[in-house]
Design a protein around this ligand. Sequence first.
Ligand code: SF4
Length: 374
Amino acid sequence: MPKKSPAFTRSAAFAVGEEQCLCVDINCHRKSITVPVTVVLGPVATPGLLRAVPRNPRQMTFCCGKTQDLGSGTCTSVSAGKFGPAGVRLLAAGVHSTVRNNLTLRVDAKKHQIRTYYRALFQAWGPQHWWPAQSRFEVIVGAYLTQNTAWTNVEKALTNLRSARLLNVRGIRRVSLAELERLIRPAGYFRQKAKRLKIFVAFLDEQYQGSLTKLFACPTEKLREELLNLHGVGPETADSVLLYAGNHPVFVVDAYTRRILARHEILPQEAAYDEIRELFERALAPVAESVADSGATGNQHLAAGFPGAAHPPSAMSAAKRTALAQVYNEMHGLIVGIGKNYCKKREPACKECPLSAFLPAEKPRLDRVSTSRN
Ligand code: SF4
C-alpha cells in the first residue's frame, strides 16, 4: 500500500448516503484547498449503494482498498497532472485502513449522541409547541422578523401588524412600504425586513397565485431552492418557513445548535449548515419511525414543570404533520431551550444543564470558560 502523501490530511468526516459511505474533506496544504472525497466502504460497492452517494463534480469515489474513479471529470479542484488523483488516491488508501475503525464509529456515535440528546430533553421537558403562531403566514413573517433580533422584539412587531389587521398576505400586499416599516420597527432592521416581506409576497403572487397552499404543495427541495433564491433568505429562514409554516421535514439549524455541537465536540463551530442539517436529519429519522409506529402525534399537552423553550399550544404547533416533521420541530425547540437557559454565549451553565452528562470527558469545565465564537 502506498504511503500517505504529506501534502494531504483528513480534516473532517461526515456521513452521506448509506452507512457505508463517508464523505471526507481532505486539506491540500500546498494549494490551501479542501477536496471532498466520497469513500465507499464494504467488500463490494454495489451499484445501488453508489447511486445513494450524492455526486459532486469535485468528488471522487473509492471502493474498498482499490481506488476507483467512477465518474468522468471528477475532482476538478486538484489538477491531475500535479498531485490530484495520485495524492487523493494515496490518502484514500490511508483512509481505508482506518475508516472502519475510526470514522464509521465516529459518524455513528454522532448520530447516536444526537438521538440521546433528543430523548433526554424530550423526557425532561416534553413537547415544546413550536412555532407560536395562528397561521402559516404569521410563521413566515415571524421567520423574517426574527433575523438578528430577540423574539420579544418580534412579538411587538407582530402585535402591531395584528392590530392593524395586516398579518396576512393581502395585508402585506396592500400596505405601503413606509407603513410596513413603521409597524415592524420594534423588530430592528425594519427597512430591510419590510422590503423582504414585500418581495416574498410578490414571489408568492407571481409563482403561486398568492396561495400558500400551492406554495407548500411544492416538493421540499424545489421549494427550498426557490426560497433560498429570494432576497434576504438564508438557510435558517428558508428551513424555518419550510418546517414551521409548511410542515416539510427539514431540520432548522441555528446558532444554538452550532454552539452545542462545538462545545460537545460533535462538529466544529464553522461546519457547513447543510452538513449539520443532514447529520440531524439522519440521526433523528429512526426516532420519527418509532414515533410513527407508536401512533403518538407529539402534540400532547404541555409537560408539567420547567418546560425548556416551550410555548403554549397554538394553531400552528398543533397542526397535523408527519412524525418526521414533528420530531425535527421538537428537536429544534428543545435545542432553543438549552441555548436560552443554559448554553449561553458566555458562561454556560453546564452544571445545571440536562446535557451536562454528555460533555466530552476532557472538557468538563465549560461553565467557567467561554468557548463560543458565535
Ligand atoms: S451548557 Fe454546557 S452541558 Fe449544556 S449544552 Fe452547553 S456546553 Fe453542553
